[in-house]
Write a protein that binds this ligand. Structure first.
Ligand SMILES: Nc1nc2c(ncn2[C@@H]2O[C@H](COP(=O)(O)OP(=O)(O)OP(=O)(O)O)[C@@H](O)[C@H]2O)c(=O)[nH]1
Length: 710
C-alpha cells in the first residue's frame, strides 16, 4: 500500500503541511505533525474520495512508530481486516444496514457502497429500540445485544450494586433495569412446550381466586414420630360426622381445625416431597419438621431441612415426644439455630410447637400454627374451572385397574371428566375421598383416589381435566408417544464423564454435589476441599452433606437438583443403587479423600484418567481350611460359578457382609501354582495378609476393566 509523509503529500498538492495536518485532525484522523505517515486511503479521504475499508485503516502513524514496521504493518493490517470482518458480521444482524448494503450494491455501484459503509463504521453502532432473549443472558450477551461495550455494562451494574464479570448470568430484573437505562424495551421469549400440561390449564381470573387449604408434608429423622404424628392428627381431627368412615390410606388426608381444612400428605419419609420435586411438581405449602425432644437434630433432620430449603417451603418445627422425661426442647431449639431455624422467642421467625404425638398434647396448637402460616402465605386457587393438580400415589389394582391419588390444586374435578395424567389419559370413572367415601367432585387442595385411566402414572406427574373427551385422548396420546421417543434418546444427567464438555459448552456454571462419608470428620474434610475447587469460573456447590450410607433419598435429591453424589468410605444401599440407575444419577465412591477431590477436579479440567469398572468373574465357596504355620490359612475351595484367576482381586463375604477385600496370594491346584481355576473345580487359595477365613465363606473374584468412553 502506498504510503507517504504528510509534508510529501502537502507538497504534491501544493498545500502547506500545516493545512493538511489540520484537515486531517478535522476528519478525526490522528496525526502529530508533518512527519506523520499517511496511507492511500487517508489520501483518498483528503481528496474527498472515501476509502474502501473503514475507519480502522484511516489512521496515520508518527514517524517513530513507523521505524521498524515492516512486518508490524502487515500484522496490523491483518488485525484490521479481522476487526472489519467482525464489524461486517455484526452488521448482518442489523436489518437496516443490510438493506443499505443491498441498495448500495445494486443501484449505486461498489464505490458508493464502500463509502457508505465506511461512514457507518465510523459511527458507533446504534442502540436498538428493543431486544429479545430467551433463557439467560450473560453480561457479554447483553452488551452485544445493546451494541455496547461489556465494560460499560459492568460499570452500570456496579452503580446498581451488582458486581458481575462478563460471563456471569444476569437476573431478569437486572436485564430490565439496564435496558431501561438505555431506553430499550426488553422481551423475554418464553419457550412454550406445546405438549406441556400447563398449556391446557385454564387461565385464572383474579376475582375468582378463593382461599384454599394448605398442603402440609411431615418430615424428620427416623423414629422421631412422623407416622405417629400423622396418625394422631388424623384420628383426633377427621372431619366431624365423617369420623365413622373407614379411614383408608390413599397417600393424603384432610382434617378440619377451627372450621378450616388442612391437607396432609402422608406418604412416609421424604419420598413424597422429593419424588415430586424431582418431577418438577411443587405440591407442599408448608413442611412440619418433626424432631424428637429426647434425641435432637439427627442426619435425616438435616436432610429434611435441606429438602425444604431447596424447595423454598416454610418450615414449622414440631418438637415431639414432649411426654418423655428426657425431653429437652431447649436443646432442639439450640441445635436448630445452626440451620437458621431460630424460634420467635429468640428473635427468629421460625414457629416451634411442643407436641406429643403419643398423648395428643400440642396438636391443636400445631394445626393452628399451620393455619396461621397458611394465612400469611395467602394460599388461593380458583375452584370454578377445569381441575389441575399432581399425582400423589398411583398403582395397578388387580380388580380396579390403574388407581391414582390425585391432589387437586386448582379448579374442580368431577366424576366423568376426561383427564390427562402424566402420559396417561382416560375418563374419571369413580372418585373416592380419604375416608373411603365416593364423591362426585373435588375442589382445590383435596386429595381423591380416581379410577378410569389407561395406565399407571407416576407420583409427581401433573394432570389436567378436559371438557372434550376426544381432545383429552389426542393430547394424552401425543404426550405418551413423545415420552416413548424421549426414553429412546434419553441423555444422562450431570456425570463426571462429560463434565468437561458440559463446562466447555457453557451448560454448567455450578456443579451440585452431595457428599456422604463414614464419619462427620471426613464429611467436613471432603466438603472443605471440594469447595475450594474452581475451574474456569465453575464452582462446586454442596447441596447436602452427611455421615452414613448413600440412601435412596440422597439419590432422589440428587436427581431433583441435578447433582453428583460423592461417597467416601460408604456405599449406596440397594434401593439407592436401583434408583440411581433409573434416574441416571452419577455416584462416585472413593476410599481416599485425595482421590475424590482429584477425580472431580480433573473431570472439570477435562483430564480424566481412564475409568475402570468392577467385573465379577467368579464365585468360590470355602469348604475346608488348612492352617500351615509359615503360610497361614489355606482355603480349600470350590469354584461355584465363573472362574478365579491368580491376578483377580478377592472379596471375602461372610453372611452377606464383606469382611475382606484384597489380593490373592496364591492359587493352587493340588501342589501346583495355577493361573486360573474354572467352575466345578477345587482349588487352594491364600489371601494376602488375611487368615481369618471360615468354612462357608464366599470368595468373589473380580477384575477392574477399563470403560471405553464414547
Ligand atoms: N413417648 C413418645 N413416643 C413417641 C411419640 N411419638 C412417636 N413415638 C414413638 O416413637 C417411635 C417411632 O415413631 P414413628 O411414628 O414410627 O416414627 P417415624 O418418624 O414415622 O419413623 P419412620 O417411619 O421409621 O421414619 C414409635 O415407637 C412411637 O410410638 C411421642 O410423642 N412420645
Amino acid at each position: 500500500m502506498k504510503k507517504m509523509r504528510v509534508y510529501e503529500y502537502a507538497k504534491s498538492v501544493n498545500k502547506s503541511s500545516k493545512d493538511i495536518v489540520e484537515q486531517l485532525k478535522k476528519m478525526n484522523i490522528n496525526v502529530s505533525n508533518h512527519m506523520s505517515v499517511i496511507d492511500e486511503r487517508t489520501i483518498a479521504k483528503l481528496e474527498g474520495k472515501s476509502d474502501s475499508k473503514g475507519k480502522e485503516e484511516s489512521t496515520a502513524s508518527a514517524p517513530k512508530k513507523e521505524k521498524n514496521s515492516g512486518g508490524g504493518n502487515q500484522k496490523r493490517e491483518d488485525n484490521q481486516n479481522k476487526a472489519m470482518n467482525k464489524t461486517n458480521k455484526d452488521k448482518k444482524t442489523n436489518n437496516q444496514n443490510k438493506k443499505q448494503d443491498k441498495r448500495g450494491k445494486n443501484q449505486k455501484g461498489p464505490k458508493k457502497d464502500q463509502r457508505k459503509r465506511s461512514f457507518q463504521e465510523q459511527k458507533p453502532a446504534p442502540t436498538p429500540d428493543k431486544i429479545t432473549y430467551s433463557g439467560t443472558l450473560t453480561v457479554g450477551d447483553l452488551a452485544e445485544k445493546l451494541n455496547k461495550d461489556s465494560s460499560e455494562i459492568i460499570k452500570k451494574l456496579m452503580f446498581l450494586g451488582v458486581m458481575a464479570t462478563k460471563n456471569e448470568d444476569l437476573e431478569k430484573e437486572t436485564i430490565e433495569l439496564i435496558a431501561e437505562d438505555y431506553g430499550v424495551e426488553v422481551e423475554e421469549e418464553v419457550f412454550v412446550d406445546e405438549l406441556g400440561i400447563e398449556t391446557q390449564v385454564e387461565e385464572d381470573d383474579p376475582d375468582q381466586l378463593e382461599e384454599r387449604p394448605p398442603v402440609v408434608t411431615i418430615m424428620g429423622h427416623v423414629d422421631h414420630g412422623k407416622t405417629t404424628l400423622l396418625d394422631a392428627i388424623r384420628h383426633t381431627k377427621v372431619t366431624e360426622g365423617e369420623a365413622g368412615g373407614i379411614t383408608q390410606h390413599i397417600g393424603a388426608y384432610q382434617v378440619t381445625e377451627n372450621d378450616k381444612k388442612l391437607t396432609f400428605l402422608d406418604t412416609p419419609g421424604h419420598a413424597a416431597f422429593t419424588t415430586m420435586r424431582a418431577r418438577g411438581a411443587q405440591v407442599t405449602d408448608i413442611t412440619v419438621l418433626v424432631v424428637a425432644a429426647d434425641d435432637g437434630v439427627m442426619p435425616q433432620t438435616k436432610e429434611a431441612i435441606n429438602h425444604a430449603k431447596a424447595a423454598e417451603v416454610p418450615i414449622i418445627v414440631a418438637v415431639n415426644k414432649m411426654d418423655k422425661e428426657s425431653a429437652n426442647p431447649d436443646r432442639v431449639m439450640q441445635e436448630l439455630t445452626e440451620f437458621e431455624l431460630v424460634p420467635e422467642a429468640w428473635g427468629g421467625d421460625t414457629i416451634f410447637v411442643n407436641v406429643s404425638a403419643l398423648n395428643g398434647e400440642g396438636i391443636d396448637e400445631l394445626l393452628e400454627m399451620l393455619l396461621l402460616v397458611a394465612e400469611v402465605e395467602e394460599l388461593k386457587a380458583n375452584p370454578n374451572k377445569r381441575a389441575r393438580g399432581t399425582v400423589v400415589e398411583a398403582e395397578l389394582d388387580k380388580g380396579r385397574g390403574p388407581v391414582a391419588t390425585l391432589l387437586v390444586q386448582e379448579g374442580t374435578m368431577n366424576v366423568g371428566d376426561p383427564i390427562v395424567v402424566g402420559n396417561m389419559h382416560g375418563k374419571i370413572r369413580a372418585m373416592v375421598n380419604d375416608i373411603g367415601r365416593r364423591v362426585k367432585s373435588a375442589g382445590p387442595s383435596t386429595p381423591v383416589e380416581i379410577t378410569g385411566l389407561n395406565g399407571v402414572p407416576q407420583a409427581g406427574d401433573q394432570f389436567v381435566t378436559f371438557e372434550d373427551e376426544k381432545k383429552a385422548r389426542q393430547f394424552g396420546e401425543a404426550r405418551a408417544s413423545r415420552a416413548r421417543e424421549e426414553e429412546r434418546s434419553q441423555t444422562s444427567k450431570v456425570s463426571i464423564d462429560d463434565l468437561f464438555s458440559q463446562i466447555q459448552e457453557g451448560d454448567v456454571k455450578e456443579i451440585n454435589v452431595i457428599v456422604k462419608a463414614d464419619v462427620q470428620g471426613s464429611v467436613e474434610a471432603v466438603r472443605g476441599s471440594l469447595e475450594k475447587i474452581e475451574v474456569e469460573g465453575v464452582k462446586i456447590n454442596i447441596i447436602h452433606a452427611g455421615a452414613g450410607a448413600i440412601t435412596e433419598s440422597d439419590v432422589i435429591l440428587a436427581s431433583a437438583s441435578n447433582a453428583l453424589i460423592i461417597g467416601f468410605n460408604v456405599r449406596p444401599d440397594v434401593n439407592a443403587k436401583r434408583t440411581a440407575e433409573s434416574e441416571k444419577v452419577d455416584i462416585r465412591l472413593h476410599r481416599v479423600i485425595y482421590d475424590a477431590i482429584e477425580e472431580i477436579e480433573s473431570a472439570m479440567k477435562g483430564m480424566l484418567d481412564p475409568e475402570y469398572e468392577e467385573k465379577v468373574i467368579g464365585q468360590v465357596e470355602v469348604r475346608q481350611l488348612f492352617k500351615v504355620s509359615r503360610i497361614g490359612t489355606i482355603a480349600g475351595s470350590y469354584v461355584l460359578e465363573g472362574k478365579i484367576t491368580r491376578d483377580s482381586t478377592a472379596r471375602l463375604i461372610r453372611e452377606g457382609v464383606v469382611v475382606y477385600e484384597g489380593k490373592i496370594n496364591a492359587l493352587k491346584r493340588f501342589k501346583d501354582d495355577v493361573r486360573e481355576v474354572s467352575s466345578g473345580y477345587e482349588c487352594g487359595i491364600t489371601l494376602e495378609n488375611f487368615n481369618d477365613i471360615k468354612e462357608g465363606d464366599i470368595i468373589e473374584a473380580y477384575v477392574m476393566e477399563e470403560i471405553k468412553r464414547a
